[in-house]
Design a protein around this ligand. Structure first.
Ligand SMILES: C[S@@+](CC[C@H](N)C(=O)[O-])C[C@H]1O[C@@H](n2cnc3c(N)ncnc32)[C@H](O)[C@@H]1O
Length: 389
């Protein structure tokens, strides 16, 4: 979901790279989104001890990140040292676009979750960081939704079941004048999000609260300025049983102008593999594996589409459960449409080709909307729903 053309600059030699830096640092050239380091400008052209200074300079001079063509995953110690150097100097490759930082962030964040593991083993693994590396990155953002006609007027972002709130956090760099409200039961997740560097001008609140409690939505509403978009990422609504889900749809559409859920394609839980290996190259290089594993008593049921699983890390010393999903119901888009219709709520889906939310009865044609993870928007505002028509 790229909604604007990204600016890419390419450097193919050390001299071209220096000229690029000088152009941006002197204010003569704008900072590009991406910097591509090719041939003589690749990171590998320099000894590792010079990488930190170069990475710092890149960080200041790009909005999103850089690509460099020379790293070959899995080459053991040397490769891992390089990966850790990049990660600890502000860039990660958890998405598919290259080595990225939070959009336009001035702050260098440490993304090296492998270091603590190498020092202290499985117990020292940071569960949230591992989740973030395998499941937490996203290829869509607040910008993609605000670019749609149905959400163009949004000025407040609510993130229910936020966890580490990547959606709100990344969104605030692009839209610092929006207000951000995050809601989750997890105190530790809240503390982590509050500890991250936020732009001082942005108003943000993280409530440790149950999203099924109407009071927290009322609180969110009093904080909101302008129309609000509530976004539940990573299919987290599937933690709820049907009654709870109906309540979420009800509260989310009563107290926010649009509620967007990240939704799976139509798939039977019983057809999923019992284990999904999510291990990343730096994990493998460090001797670590991470997987989603079915719980022994959580056999996927084809009638309820319910299952139970955990996110597990393991190595030669044993295994550790990082997060449990004791009850997970895969609500297909038709089920969500039906639940919305029962409640008199308008339902739309994200049409990837049009880049718009369209009513659920709008033909998808031969787009990938049916086959991929998608987004469904729910609203009680018929005018807003028609914007997507
Ligand atoms: C799979 S995590 C997803 C986090 C985040 N949405 C993301 O995209 O990465 C699910 C989150 O839902 C939260 N959660 C579960 N039930 C909740 C409830 N009733 N109210 C608020 N948060 C809840 C959990 O604490 C957890 O942080």
């Amino acid at each position: 979901m790229r909604i604007e053309d990204e600016v890419v600059r390419i450097a193919r030699s050390a001299a071209a790279l220096e000229a690029f830096f000088e152009g941006v640092e002197s204010g003569q050239a704008p900072r590009p989104d991406w910097l591509h380091l090719q041939t003589g400008a690749r990171l590998s052209e320099l000894p590792l001890e010079r990488w930190p200074a170069l990475l710092g300079r890149i960080h200041r001079n790009v909005r999103r990140g850089f690509r460099t063509g020379e790293t070959h995953p899995g080459r053991g110690g040397e490769w891992l040292r390089r990966w850790r150097t990049i990660a600890s100097h502000g860039f990660h490759d958890f998405g598919e676009e290259g080595y990225a930082k939070a959009y336009d962030s001035p702050w260098v964040e440490d993304h090296d979750y492998i270091g603590p593991y190498l020092d202290g083993g499985l117990e020292a693994l940071d569960a949230y960081a591992v989740y973030g590396s395998v499941l937490g990155s996203h290829s869509f953002d607040v910008e993609a939704f605000v670019a749609t006609r149905a959400c163009a007027d949004v000025r407040t972002v609510i993130e229910p079941m936020a966890g580490t709130a990547e959606f709100a956090y990344h969104g605030h760099f692009r839209f610092p004048d929006f207000r951000y409200v995050m809601i989750d039961l997890d105190v530790e997740a809240r503390n982590r999000v509050e500890a991250r560097p936020w732009l001082p001008e942005t108003e943000h609140h993280y409530f440790v609260s149950d999203v099924l409690d109407e009071e927290v939505w009322k609180q969110a509403k009093t904080i909101s300025s302008g129309p609000s978009l509530a976004f539940v990422g990573k299919q987290s609504h599937q933690l709820f049983d049907p009654r709870q889900l109906v309540r979420l749809l009800e509260l989310g559409t009563m107290h926010a102008d649009a509620l967007v859920l990240e939704t799976p394609p139509v798939v039977l839980a019983s057809e999923l593999a019992h284990e999904e290996d999510l291990s990343r190259p730096e994990m493998r290089a460090a001797g670590l594996e991470v997987a989603l594993v079915d719980e022994p008593d959580g056999d996927p049921n084809p009638f309820t589409n319910r299952l139970a699983f955990r996110l597990e890390a393991r190595d030669a010393s044993g295994s550790r459960t990082l997060f449990r999903y004791p009850r997970w119901t895969m609500y297909s888009p038709p089920t969500l449409s039906a639940l919305a219709e029962l409640q008199g709520i308008e339902a739309l889906y994200f049409h990837s080709e049009l880049g718009e939310f369209v009513p659920v009865d709008h033909p998808a044609g031969d787009t990938d909307c049916h086959d991929n993870v998608n987004f469904m928007l729910f609203t009680r505002d018929a005018r807003r729903a028609r914007h997507g028509a």
